[in-house]
Design a protein around this ligand. Structure first.
Ligand SMILES: NC(=O)c1ccc[n+]([C@@H]2O[C@H](COP(=O)([O-])OP(=O)(O)OC[C@H]3O[C@@H](n4cnc5c(N)ncnc54)[C@H](O)[C@@H]3O)[C@@H](O)[C@H]2O)c1
Length: 322
């Protein structure tokens, strides 16, 4: 099978780490990114096509020119809060433009599709760790936009034989240990970079939203998965789709860290004092979101390698201070 892979959103955080991992394993990643949130400097391991997944003529041109044997689809808007205020832009970019990619794939005979889904498709968990058969009832338009794509994929699989693997990430974290790329979101809403920014610049505060959750220290627990482990899972998913599929699997460590644990670990890594501001709970924040990762192990042979949260934070800190 030819080893050219179309990576939409390859100039973004997880996409760029996946492009690096693809190149290391002999693939040629072709990035299609409109640079709305990505960075040209992050595209180092293959060509960059600047453009939008909503542009069907451009997609036809890219498929005809590069003849990719698979697509890894990261391109999406990711800010949950913005999705509540501007749902239309999320449904258009995350759902309609993905439909565009699926139709272009079909027209060009490309059958393998690896999709960036999210733990947000589950909504408020009924039980933790969350297994893939947990009911799906998202609590914001971002989660619904990803849920809709998963439904489209089921139908494209049944009707047209599209082979897909939906990867439901929990919280992506860390950075390339070699320091070539890392997280550079603007605005930033992820806990670890926000804590590290507060360490670097005491003028920036870090808030803890709620200390009365039913967790060991009262703060919310999330499952932080190293971005290089995510990248590895995408390559395994592509290989899995050579003769299997469809599948939807969780990608998380299976363990969780509380907000207070992250702040303590960041203090240890940076050697700097970090004084959080304690605030009230935010609506819609579940106490614990932790993956059951057994299925990813079984289907993809995937086991995360970076399970020490201090190491993950140290990689993010090194990137921030590069
Ligand atoms: N970061 C996380 O913790 C996390 C968790 C769960 C799921 N995800 C999903 O993973 C994917 C990647 O997330 P990320 O953190 O790397 O985000 P990111 O914003 O860094 O990357 C997304 C990239 O897609 C590009 N893009 C957006 N819309 C586009 C379009 N219509 N056409 C072309 N390019 C477009 C952006 O410019 C950006 O480079 C997203 O689909 C996101 O929903 C992320």
């Amino acid at each position: 099978m030819n080893k050219t892979i179309l990576v939409t959103g390859g100039a973004g955080y997880i996409g760029s780490h996946t492009c690096k991992a693809l190149a290391a394993r002999g693939y040629t990643p072709v990035t299609l990114d409109n640079l709305s949130n990505g960075h040209e400097w992050a595209v180092k391991w293959g060509p960059l096509v600047k453009g939008d997944t909503g542009d069907r003529a451009l997609l036809d041109d890219v498929f005809a020119r590069y003849r990719p044997s698979g697509v890894i689809h990261f391109a999406a808007f990711i800010e949950v809060g913005v999705s509540v205020r501007e749902p239309g832009s999320f449904y258009r970019n995350n759902a309609c433009s993905t439909l565009n990619v699926l139709e272009a794939m079909r027209a060009h005979g490309c059958e393998r599709f690896v999709f960036s889904s999210t733990a947000a498709v589950y909504g408020t968990p009924r039980q933790v760790p969350i297994t893939e058969d947990h009911p799906q009832w998202p609590i914001n338009p971002y989660g619904w936009s990803k849920f809709m794509v998963e439904r489209m994929l089921e139908d494209f699989g049944r009707a047209h034989g599209t082979r897909f693997c939906a990867l439901r990430y929990f919280n992506a974290a860390g950075a390339d240990p070699e320091g070539e790329i890392g997280e550079a979101h603007d605005p930033e809403s992820h806990l670890i970079p926000l804590v590290l920014r507060a360490a670097k610049d005491p003028a920036r505060s870090i808030s803890i939203f709620g200390t009365d959750y039913d967790t060991p220290d009262g703060t919310c627990v999330r499952d932080y998965i190293h971005v290089c482990d995510l990248a590895d899972a995408h390559i395994r998913a592509l290989q899995f789709l050579e003769d299997h599929g469809p599948a939807a699997v969780n990608l998380g460590t299976g363990a969780g860290n509380s907000v207070k644990e992250i702040i303590d670990a960041a203090r240890a890594v940076t050697g700097l004092p970090i004084e959080p501001v304690i605030g009230p709970r935010r609506p819609g924040d579940p106490a614990r979101l932790v993956a059951d990762r057994a299925l990813a192990g079984e289907l993809l042979g995937w086991t995360p390698q970076h399970l020490d949260i201090r190491e993950t934070i140290a990689h993010a800190w090194a990137w921030m201070n590069r």
